[in-house]
Structures are given as C-alpha cells and as structure tokens.
Ligand binder design. Structure first.
Ligand SMILES: Cc1cc2nc3c(=O)[nH]c(=O)nc-3n(C[C@H](O)[C@H](O)[C@H](O)COP(=O)(O)O)c2cc1C
Length: 460
C-alpha cells in the first residue's frame, strides 16, 4: 500500500491584533535611525513591517500617551522631574517625546522593541504601548555597555533563564490580554550547540517570532555576517512553529528573497542598507532602489509632516547623502528646515519648512539665546520656587500654590509634545534634567537630536 506522507508545518497561533512575520521583509530596530519618518518612508517603499528603535522599559514607564492632532501621531511623552519626585508637569518642565508613532500609516505594521532586564518592568512598559502596535519585541542583542551593564541587550544571552522569564511574562500579561505577538531579537552564540539550546528554550516561551542577527556579540558591524548556523536555527523555529527572520548584511528586497529561499527562514530584516536608503524595500520589478536625491526630498517632506526633531533629521540626512556630494557640506551647515530646503534646491518646500520651523521653534523662530547670568537667575528663581512649593505643600494652601505658579519664571509649555518650546526652561537644562535625559538617551541609545551627532558612531 502506498503511504502518502503529509506534513503540515506547525505554526504558533498569531493573535487577533498581531501579525505573522512569515514572508515579510522588514525594517530593523535602529536607535536614532528608526524614528517615525524613516519608518514611514520604509513602508512607503514596500517594507512589510517596521520595528521601532529600542526604548528601555524604565524610560517608557511614566510616559503619557498623547494624541497629537497637529501631526496625527501618538506621542509617548514625559516631563523631566527637575530632581523633584513630586514635580507636576504643569510647572513647565521640559517635555520629551520618548516615542512617536503614526497610527494610520504604521498601525498594525509596527513592532515596538523594548530594552529590559526585568519581567515586571518589561510588562509594565509594554502594557503602555501594546494597544497601539502589532507586537512587542525584546532586544537581546545590543552589545553596548549602556545596555549590557544593566543586564539588558546582549547580556540577556548570558542569562537565558532570565530572558525566557521576561518573554513568558510578556506573553502571558501583554500578548494575551492585548492579543498581540511577542518576539525576540538575538545574536549568534559562540558555538552552534549553544545557539541551538538558546533558540530551543526561546521557542518554548510562547513567542510568535525570533530574529537572528547573524553576528556574535563581540563582532563589529563591519565584519561579514555568519550564515552557517542559519539553517539550524530556521529548522528549530519551523519545528516549534515560531517565525524566523534573518538579519545581517541583507541589502535589498530581492536579495532577501533569495536568502530566504536559500536558508529556509521565514523572512528578513534590513538595517544599515535601509538607514542609508529606505527604498531598498522596493522590488527591482518596480524600479528597485531610488536615487539618494529623490529619497532625501521625500524624507524631508515626511519629517516635516511629523515634526521630526531637527537634530534627528539632520543626522539621518548625514547617513543618506553621499559624503562626496557638494550638498552634503551645505546640509551640515543648515540650521533649520527652511535653510535646508533652500540649500538643497527645493524652493517649493520653503513655505512648508517655515511652518515646521515655527512649530519646532528653530531657525528664525528660535528663542533668543539666554546669557549665562540669565541662566543663573532662572536657576535661582526655579530653586526658590521649588522651595516655596515644598512650603506650600506643607501648609496645604491652595491660594499659595496659585501664587507660585503665577510667579514662576518657567512657563508651562503651551505647545504640544515634541515642540521645542522657546522658554528659559528649554534653554537651560539643570543637572537633574540632564540626568533624566541621559536616562532617556541611554534608554534609546540617544533620543533623536538630544546628543551630538558624533556619538551616533556608537551604532549597535
Ligand atoms: C544606527 C543603528 C541603531 C541600531 N539600533 C538597534 C536597536 O535599537 N535594537 C536592536 O535590536 N538592534 C539595533 N541595531 C542593530 C540592527 O538592528 C541590526 O541588527 C544590525 O545593524 C545588523 O543588520 P545590518 O547588517 O542590516 O545592518 C542598530 C543598528 C544601527 C546601525
């Protein structure tokens, strides 16, 4: 008798609000380089899914979710505490956008990546954003000390039990209730045996997807990705029904399709090639990679639409414009969107750029520089106010509180999240503010525009 063998590939169920990573070519998580306009452009050019840049759980916890009507985005923002645990946002402290997403254009195609070393804080942070995204991904691959010293990123590869515990907690307390997928991004371990044991344990946690960055932790980004463990990893994932994405030295959609077929993985993730030119997601049959000048114009327009921070836009343009092009130098000298579109030769964008500059308080709309003595005076007044605030809380007088608010030299920001309000508070950052921002910066390997461009050379 002829026996017909039928094999049905096992698949972990994809939750109602989640997304199957199978058959997808996706944009990688990239701090600084994976902010809202970059993701929107990648999607426009055919990326099937986009990962947001890693946000450390502690930075997300305490954020307020704001529907920004000007940009049609959802902003997760927080105020600096100015070192005061009881500080109220309406005292005009500096507001930072920790994460901005565009629900209409990204929505269920956005996976949010968190940095974490703890199941409780991971769950707490993920719950804040879970209703706005299609999945939560855990970064278990970042080799930088700011991550690993806190037990996050690649440090989790050395504590697989903890990593599994985090994933199980997310699956149960976030994936379940919000009906989204939980996934993880890892690197290769030193030996195939070690990688195999890790992948088996991870696939047993209830995750729907796993991305393998085909480099070991000590490998530098310029070293060629290693592909000899890929088939084995893909086999384990298939056996357990978990979708497997490959990452490392994938340069275009068409190349990705070839690699998927060659190694039997379910999809591929592109980072640096898409950072330089997000049109790498467009198939050759539809025109393939667009030229850099076309893409940067679109990038600038998208950045203006979502009021991307000027520093971040400029940083990304530095990655996208070839260094030898004369406009590269011109771009680096620009101090506002208006100057930028002028030096790049897009006069039709000037009016739009002026509006963006006004919204962001840059260029012609930047507040006058505050002198050192003014800064000192503002700091003194703020300290005095803080002291008075404490006294007020102690005697509980509402009238007193109102007086303090009125006499405060630091006015509340009247602008929506993401605006650089031209106040003294914005100009002057106290040590405590700097500390909060360094947490945020650490959290995201620098918030857009909040650090000098040179630091970004520390790319993961
Ligand atoms: C600027 C930059 C930022 C990155 N940030 C993250 C991150 O936030 N989370 C993460 O898991 N990997 C991050 N990575 C690593 C990439 O996602 C990817 O794994 C790596 O660049 C290898 O892919 P590639 O060869 O296509 O560049 C970052 C890489 C770069 C270049």
């Amino acid at each position: 008798m002829l026996r017909v063998m039928t094999t049905t590939a096992k698949r972990v169920p994809i939750p109602k609000n989640g997304v199957d990573y199978r058959g997808k070519i996706v944009l990688a998580p990239m701090v600084r380089s994976g902010e809202c306009p970059s993701r929107l452009l990648a999607l426009k050019y055919g990326a099937d899914l986009v990962w947001g840049p890693e946000t450390v759980d502690r930075a997300l916890i305490g954020c307020t979710r704001i529907e920004n009507k000007t940009t049609n985005t959802i902003d997760f923002t927080r105020y600096s505490s100015n070192g005061n645990k009881d500080a109220q946002p309406d005292h005009g402290h500096r507001e930072s956008v920790i994460f901005r997403l565009h629900p209409e254009r990204e929505g269920r195609r956005l996976i949010h990546q968190i940095g974490t070393a703890n199941p409780e804080t991971a769950v707490q942070a993920a719950k804040l954003i879970a209703a706005d995204v299609a999945g939560i991904d855990v970064n278990a691959g970042c080799p930088k000390p700011f991550s690993t010293l806190g037990g996050m990123g690649a440090a989790l590869l050395k504590t697989p039990e903890k990593l599994c515990e985090i994933l199980r907690a997310l699956v149960k307390d976030v994936g379940g209730p919000f009906e989204i997928g939980i996934s993880v991004k890892i690197r290769l371990l030193e030996t195939p045996e070690q990688t195999e044991a890790l992948v088996r344990a991870l696939c047993d946690t209830g995750i729907t997807g796993l991305t393998i960055h085909c480099r070991t932790t000590p490998m530098r980004p310029r070293e060629r990705a290693i592909r000899d463990q890929l088939k084995m990893i893909a086999d384990i994932c298939r056996e357990t029904g978990v979708a497997c994405l490959m990452n490392g030295d994938v340069y275009s959609r068409d190349e990705a399709l070839g690699l998927i077929a060659e190694y039997g993985v379910d999809g591929a993730m592109i980072a640096t090639a898409a950072e330089t030119n997000p049109s790498v997601f467009r198939p050759e049959s539809e025109g393939g990679k667009a030229s850099w000048d076309v893409v940067i114009r679109e990038y600038i327009e998208t950045s203006m639409e979502v009021q991307n921070r000027w520093g971040n836009t400029k940083f990304l343009l530095g990655q996208m414009i070839p260094g030898k092009q004369p406009v590269y130098q011109k771009m680096t000298g620009a101090k506002s969107y208006t100057e930028l579109v002028q030096v790049l030769g897009h006069p039709d964008l000037v009016e739009r750029a002026k509006i963006t500059d006004e919204q962001l308080g840059i260029g012609d709309f930047e507040a006058p520089k505050v002198s050192k003595s003014q800064q000192k005076a503002a700091k003194k007044a703020a300290a005095k106010q803080q002291h008075k605030g404490k006294t007020t809380r102690n005697n509980g007088s509402k009238v007193e509180k109102q007086k303090h608010a009125a006499s405060s030299p630091i006015k509340p920001s009247a602008q929506p999240a993401g605006h650089n309000s031209p106040t003294i508070a914005n100009k002057k950052r106290s040590a405590e503010q700097a500390e909060l921002e360094s947490l945020q910066d650490m959290a995201r390997d620098r918030a857009p525009g909040s650090i000098p461009e040179s630091v970004s050379a520390l790319a993961i």
